[in-house]
Design a protein around this ligand. Structure first.
Ligand SMILES: NC(=O)c1ccc[n+]([C@@H]2O[C@H](COP(=O)([O-])OP(=O)(O)OC[C@H]3O[C@@H](n4cnc5c(N)ncnc54)[C@H](O)[C@@H]3O)[C@@H](O)[C@H]2O)c1
Length: 334
């Protein structure tokens, strides 16, 4: 079945997704607040600042009108940085006129409220307009997807029928494969928390360390992700899947990851503000680190890696000292 789909946020990930959906035969409209990006997509079929000179299908159109984007679609895909997600949903709530299936492909938790994007959607959009919610998450660098390199991710929802719709519209038999998943909480938290561990991984690279400690970071970081996610209602097994461990591996191991790059710059002597300024794309892990730190303090969860990242980002702790403190923690069993 052919769908009309609006993607809210024409950054790297939104633009890469427009290619998959257009390749799969759907009608796609991208929305962005940045008029230059919209003009470039409509005239040159590129998004050079985010994805280089790779062409996206000419059938993909873009708009700066949120009203046009919302009323065009059966399915709304949210791909804006989570810091503007609530604001963006409020603007959608003012123009929406019929029921839509909402999909979120952004990754982050809201500081202070600890809300996941699904919760923010149900808070901001009148429920009669929300047919359902699906989180699209897993190991997926936009830079590879736009080149049609093979990618496997998850469509997570509390409603299997909705997850299956998203699975079928995104999957193709050449480069994109989607699995359904019924643990929405686990999928949303896995995708958000792994970005904090990716910052730590970049810090270790910036300090000049090797593969041994990176492997230890991935396994001990996963343990912290599991503790927090299970406390908030996730299933432990979900964190071992594509939306947890899969995404954790890709983001801690790759220079494509903005979170990794930000961590590396910080370990090399830049502060958070300075390194964020140098990034042209969003670094979600910094905001998620704030939320996760507040949460582990409130729930009394032992999460030394997340606490160390928070201290380096927000209390200007020296990364080398943080590493030394982690090494000197009381010895214990795994
Ligand atoms: N880039 C990836 O490979 C990738 C993969 C998976 C998930 N994600 C997640 O997707 C989200 C977006 O990441 P990205 O890499 O595309 O970011 P990006 O920085 O490349 O793009 C963000 C886009 O959002 C737009 N924007 C900002 N405020 C807006 C608003 N109020 N309304 C509409 N558009 C607005 C910006 O103009 C920009 O075009 C993040 O949560 C990220 O973690 C990214």
């Amino acid at each position: 079945m052919k769908y009309k789909i609006s993607i809210i946020g024409a950054g790297s990930w939104g633009t890469a997704q427009s290619r998959i959906l257009a390749d799969n035969g759907h009608d796609v409209l991208l929305f962005d607040v940045d008029a230059d990006t919209v003009f470039e997509i409509n005239t040159n079929h590129t998004n050079i600042s985010k994805l280089g000179d790779v062409k996206i299908p000419a059938s993909v159109l873009a708009t700066t009108s949120i009203e046009e984007a919302v009323n065009y679609a059966d399915i709304i895909i949210l791909v804006v940085p989570t810091a503007v997600m609530r604001k963006c949903l409020i603007s959608i709530s003012k123009v929406i006129q019929s029921t839509k299936l909402f999909v979120n492909a952004s990754k982050g938790i809201e500081p202070n409220t600890f809300k996941r994007v699904s919760e923010i959607v149900y808070e901001e959009i009148e429920n009669k307009y929300v047919r359902g919610f699906v989180a699209l998450t897993g190991p997926s660098h936009a830079e590879e997807v736009i080149l049609k390199l093979p990618t496997f991710i998850c469509a997570a929802s509390e409603c299997l029928e909705n997850a299956k719709i998203i699975q079928s519209i995104y999957s193709n038999n050449t480069y994109f494969r989607v699995y359904t998943l019924l643990d929405l909480i686990g999928a949303e938290l896995g995708g958000s928390l792994k970005n904090i561990i990716a910052i730590a991984s970049g810090m270790l690279a910036g300090l000049g360390y090797g593969d041994n400690i990176r492997a230890a970071l991935i396994t001990r970081g996963l343990t912290e992700m599991i503790k927090i996610s299970v406390e908030l209602g996730a299933k432990k097994e979900t964190l071992y899947g594509l939306s947890g461990l899969g995404d954790l591996i890709v983001t801690t191991m790759s220079e494509h990851s903005r979170n990794f790059q930000a961590g590396k710059k910080i370990a090399q002597g830049k502060d958070l503000k300075q390194s964020l300024k140098e990034m042209t794309m969003v670094v979600e892990g910094a905001r998620s680190a704030m939320a996760a730190y507040q949460l582990v303090k409130e729930k009394n969860i032992d999460a030394p890696i997340i606490e160390a990242v928070y201290d380096i980002l927000y209390n200007y702790k020296d990364p080398q000292t943080a590493m030394s403190d982690l090494m000197n923690r009381k010895l214990k069993s795994e």
